[in-house]
Design a protein around this ligand. Structure first.
Ligand code: FES
Ligand code: FES
Length: 161
């Protein structure tokens, strides 16, 4: 089947099996390698992308679900000011990121801040529930998101709120 969708702001179309994994489509057909192949069962978060404003494990998204939707991968998100806010916030909080997990952590934070610009600590912690990383304490991740939220607010309004 042919599937049309918006990928990092561009209209795209691809011929694929209806049940093909979005993760494989992104990596093989579009050479977008930021989403990684890990558990392939929705438990590690290294394959996260943003689908219609929600972060999802692309390993569990079949191609037919993508039709007429909007996908943002880390490659697209990296072009935004929001990406810089999060990278800076993570750095301030000492969040560990490796090349394996960074896209999932950053996109999880990005989707949260888009939905809730001033999240509580509990909401920040919950945003990372689907990410498996033993290198960073969950508390540090939450601190990183709260720092990013402050930076984002200052960028918008010239001050923290
Ligand atoms: S590879 Fe998709 S959640 Fe682990
Ligand atoms: S898996 Fe990347 S820092 Fe832990």
């Amino acid at each position: 089947m042919t599937i049309n969708f918006i990928l990092n702001g561009e209209d795209v179309a691809i011929r694929t099996e209806a049940d093909g994994r979005l993760l494989d489509i992104l990596r093989r057909s579009f050479n977008l390698l930021g989403a990684k192949s890990g558990c392939l069962s929705g438990r590690c978060g290294v394959c996260f992308v943003i689908l219609n404003s929600a972060v999802v494990p692309s390993c569990l998204v079949p191609a037919f679900r993508v039709r007429n939707s909007e996908i943002i991968t880390i490659e697209g998100f990296a072009q935004t000011d929001e990406y810089q806010d999060i990278v800076t916030g993570f750095s301030q909080a000492g969040v560990e990121c490796c090349g394996y997990c960074d896209s999932g952590k950053i996109l999880a934070a990005g989707a949260l801040l888009e939905r809730i610009p001033r999240p509580s600590r509990e909401e920040a912690l919950a945003a990372f529930a689907g990410i498996r990383c033993r290198c960073t304490e969950p508390e540090s991740l939450a601190e990183g998101v709260l720092a990013a939220a402050d930076i984002r607010q200052r960028r918008f309004y010239g001050r923290g709120t």
